[in-house]
Design a protein around this ligand. Structure first.
Ligand code: SAH
Length: 349
């Protein structure tokens, strides 16, 4: 079987290429083509001899993302890609333009097995984990396509990154490598639904990685009804892990809270949330829930969002309401892949 060349670190690449009697400088050249230039074929590596390119092609594969669909929002020029992977599976990736630069939202799994009731990505479960190369390739392909440097990454696409922990850790070390794209760890954020042991493991690594936690409810009754993961790691354990993360890394946590009409958007919920997070170094990001046909969840009214936000702000929390970017292009994660699956826009190859 051909080896997944994009998932190797530079020193691993030097080692495997050494086994084919390729010198160390060749590994550095190949790594630069892969990770700085983001090429998708060995043929593009023009300063590598033809014989070596053939050898690479015979023994290695560059996992790529092929643009299956590309949607551009008319409102805010958010770009959403449906990428086809080498095995014919699909993932979604979104590029957003901010004042500070371009940010890409990457997927970490094909589908998701966490079962959050409001989320489109999890409706048909998980198909498989993405390799580090396939997460990198989302960034490289998007960057090449838009022709602009991507400076920020959010791991908020399809999948639960901490359910694909090893591959995500390797992705992080490759994307921040100074011999590659060299994206600052502080410009990356990882969002989790709350896999407590992995949050603890991540804290011990002290990566300076901003962490987002999808909280969505202030107590176990509500949270377990929305997020099955809460039955395994309830709110108290999650908050304890978050406090630990903050105390080890000195980084504030961003709590995501999707507001669902009549469920978790009441003043009582806001007050309960305030007392749960009291004294924590954190930021609260309110997201009027994106309505997904199959889930039946309804978005909170603007008045209720404002009321919820005001209660938290009055208690001294840093709170923002997420701008709905790309709302006209199914930018909420999982919706485009699902549409392709259910409407069969294109048969999987
Ligand atoms: N599995 C990770 C990251 C993927 S989802 C996590 O759970 O954090 C990225 C964010 O979008 C999460 O906060 C998730 O709860 C939220 N989300 C998913 N579906 C949504 C929807 N329909 N409306 C609003 N937010 C949603």
């Amino acid at each position: 079987m051909k080896k997944d060349i994009l998932s190797f670190t530079l020193s691993e690449l030097a080692e495997v290429l050494n086994a084919f009697s390729l010198p160390k400088y060749r590994a550095a050249q190949v790594y630069r083509w892969l990770h700085k230039e983001g090429v998708s074929s060995f043929a593009e590596m023009t300063d590598i001899s033809l014989a070596h390119r053939e050898l690479l092609n015979d023994n290695f594969v560059i996992f790529t993302c092929v643009i299956e669909k590309k949607l551009i929002s008319e409102y805010d020029s958010t770009v959403k890609y449906l990428f086809r992977l080498n095995d014919g599976e699909f993932v979604e990736t979104v590029v957003m333009k901010y004042k500070y630069g371009y940010s890409v939202c990457v997927s970490s799994q094909v589908g998701c097995r966490m079962g959050c009731k409001f989320c489109a990505s999890t409706l048909s479960g998980v198909v498989r984990n993405l390799y580090p190369s396939e997460i990198l390739s989302q960034v490289y392909t998007a960057e090449r396509d838009i022709g602009e440097r991507i400076s920020h990454i959010v791991m908020m696409g399809m999948g639960e990154p901490l359910d694909n922990y090893d591959n995500v850790m390797r992705f992080l070390s490759l994307i921040t490598d100074e011999n590659g794209k060299n994206i600052s760890m502080r410009h990356i954020s990882l969002s989790t639904c709350g896999i407590v042991p992995k949050i603890n493991e991540l804290a011990q690594k002290d990566l300076q990685l901003p962490l987002s936690v999808s909280l969505h409810a202030p107590n176990n009754t509500l949270r377990s009804a929305m997020m099955p993961v809460n039955r395994k790691w309830p709110v108290e354990e999650l908050i304890k892990a978050c406090k630990q993360y903050t105390s080890v890394t000195s980084r504030r946590i961003s709590f995501e809270y999707a507001l669902v009409a009549g469920q978790n958007d009441t003043p009582a919920c806001a007050a309960e949330l305030a007392s749960l997070l009291k004294g924590m170094l954190c930021h609260i990001n309110l997201i009027p829930v994106n309505e997904v046909k199959e889930t039946g969840f309804k978005r909170s009214s603007q008045d209720n969002v404002q009321r919820f936000s005001d209660i938290l702000a009055k208690k001294g929390f840093a709170v923002t309401v997420r701008r709905r970017m790309g709302s006209d292009i199914n930018a909420a994660c999982g919706q485009l892949r699902r549409k392709t699956q259910t409407e069969g826009i294109k048969e999987k190859s």
